[in-house]
Ligand binder design. Structure first.
Ligand code: 5GP
Ligand code: ZN
Length: 113
């Protein structure tokens, strides 16, 4: 998707602070962190949101969830962390390329709404 912000980040057209990369997954620091550690984990191939996950591409989501604990360990999130994916307008999704937020480094509020 040529007009997708996160596709541009994957391509290196927009700079980002890389935390992890493999052949299908890219992770980088959120530009507007909501916690001391705030990382976005994305598939390199464009998917719009959780709604676009299907039996063909879900292997990349599985890979993302294998990688998330590695990133958490690398970041020293020994006290725990939260994984969030906003899907659609009511959830406040602002970038329409599937991404998982990793939030940690402090005791997080239980507020979800
Ligand atoms: P959403 O609201 O869609 O769940 O999350 C999008 C996230 O992308 C936000 O937390 C926002 O701060 C982050 N973000 C938006 N633009 C950029 C950018 O250019 N670089 C980085 N690193 N993060 C971005
Ligand atoms: Zn994209």
């Amino acid at each position: 998707m040529s007009d997708c912000l996160f596709c541009k980040i994957v391509k290196g057209d927009i700079p980002s602070t890389k935390v992890y990369e493999d052949d299908v997954v890219y992770a980088f620091r959120d530009i507007n962190p909501q916690a001391p550690t705030h990382i976005l984990v994305i598939p390199k191939a464009h998917l719009g949101s959780v709604n676009d996950v299907n039996i063909v591409n879900s292997v990349v989501v599985a890979r993302i969830f294998e990688v998330i604990p590695q990133i958490a360990a690398q970041e020293g999130l020994t006290g725990g962390y939260r994984v969030v994916s906003n899907c659609g307008a009511d959830a406040g999704q602002t970038v329409h390329h599937l991404h998982f937020h990793i939030l940690g480094g402090k005791e997080l509020s239980l507020e979800m709404a």
